[in-house]
Write a protein that binds this ligand. Structure first.
Ligand SMILES: NC(=O)c1ccc[n+]([C@@H]2O[C@H](COP(=O)([O-])OP(=O)(O)OC[C@H]3O[C@@H](n4cnc5c(N)ncnc54)[C@H](OP(=O)(O)O)[C@@H]3O)[C@@H](O)[C@H]2O)c1
Length: 341
């Protein structure tokens, strides 16, 4: 049983903590934060997903803050790290690296970091489908961002079966998550003026064999990024071959626009009607009709639910780092417990 603490209980942290709680080979030792923002109050309420979980503060000022806000804080993180096997750090960019240097390294505890952390935070940029093996036995691993996770998953599906080259992905990114009202209202489309954008090199950190370039803009929506991808592929590959490769890839869903799911809003509604927790969609959703092969180039458009897509990789990263399961078993176990197709 691996003892896990989740530090930073915001958009990603609360979902990862809940996912850890659902695993029979992991124990959620506790959660940790510095202030009530991020919905801690809600997730700890009676009948809420993390009710009964021990709360820690990641420093003494955070303990004071949380206590002033009416929380019972068990202790500060540093005092319990000797009893913990791994911390999943879901704090904002900048704090992650500082936590590594001040808390995790001195206390000799393994840690997983998120997409906003610098690449230098650990030797492995991780995606469960593309490079599970590389995290085996490692002490520090970065689970790549939501955008990078979706590109790694879809490209891995094709790259392991056919040869893909000269990939170009155009990213339409959501302006902010639902609670991030500090980012809006935004009434603009904002280009990322660094061209090509950092997303290409981020994918290469997971799959160095790929030649990929990306461009990105930000738009005023909260549910999901959309990526338009094209890549060179062997000419005799058919559209059906590509679709089958996507169908065979775990955590990738082909969705038919013609069935009424012709926008991110309608896919969001599908998740709500399916009563998915928080209307999350950890799978990459590829619009089936967009999968096209023409003159040796494959095209498709997919959507990414930014708040939930990285959650299963965090669970698989724990198993890889402790070498408790092979990739196939871990991915299947995670999918079953989180009800991912
Ligand atoms: N949101 C997404 O769509 C998304 C997708 C993929 C990856 N990521 C990555 O995941 C990471 C976390 O992002 P997020 O969106 O979950 O952020 P978030 O919602 O702001 O959550 C971060 C949490 O960490 C807390 N925190 C701040 N300082 C802390 C400290 N010293 N110790 C412990 N907790 C602390 C924050 O509290 P306060 O609010 O009080 O500061 C907040 O509760 C980032 O690297 C981000 O790039 C995010």
């Amino acid at each position: 049983m691996v003892n896990v603490v989740v530090n930073g209980v915001g958009t990603i942290g609360k979902r990862v903590a809940e996912a850890v709680k659902k695993q029979d080979d992991m124990h959620l030792y506790g959660i940790s934060d510095v202030a009530q923002a991020g919905g801690i109050r809600t997730v700890l309420m009676e009948n809420a997903p993390l009710h009964g979980t021990d709360l820690y503060a990641s420093d003494s000022k955070g303990k004071q803050n949380l206590e002033e806000q009416g929380f019972h804080v068990n202790d500060i993180l540093e005092n319990i790290l000797h009893e913990v096997d791994i911390v999943v750090d879901c704090t904002p960019p900048g704090i992650d690296k500082r936590n590594k240097e001040k808390l995790y390294e001195p206390n000799n505890v393994k840690a997983i970091f998120q997409g906003g952390a610098p690449d230098s935070v650990g030797p492995v940029a991780f995606n469960a489908l593309a490079n599970y093996e590389e995290a085996k036995g490692e002490d520090y691993v970065k689970v790549v961002s939501c955008n990078t996770t979706s590109l790694s998953r879809t490209l891995d599906a094709l790259d392991k079966r056919f040869s893909v080259d000269n990939i170009v992905a155009n990213l339409v990114r959501r302006g902010g998550d639902i609670p991030q009202d500090s980012r809006g209202p935004i009434n603009s489309t904002i280009p990322v003026t660094d061209v090509p954008s950092h997303h290409g090199p981020d994918v290469k950190a997971v799959m160095p064999q790929l030649d990929i370039k990306t461009l990105a803009v930000k738009v005023p929506v909260t549910f999901g990024h959309v990526h338009m991808v094209n890549a060179d592929i062997e000419e005799d590959v058919s559209e059906e071959d590509i679709k089958q490769a996507f169908r065979d890839q775990p955590r990738v869903k082909l969705i038919k626009a013609g069935h009424g799911y012709d926008s991110t809003g309608k896919i969001h509604e599908m998740m709500r009607d399916l009563e998915r927790p928080r209307s999350d969609m950890p799978e990459v959703g590829i619009w089936e009709e967009t999968v096209t092969v023409e003159d040796g180039t494959v095209y498709w458009i997919h959507m990414v639910h930014q708040e939930s897509i990285v959650v299963p990789s965090n669970i698989d990263a724990i198993r890889a780092m402790f070498e408790t399961e092979d990739s196939e078993t871990s991915i299947e176990k995670t999918n079953q417990t989180l009800e991912i197709s």
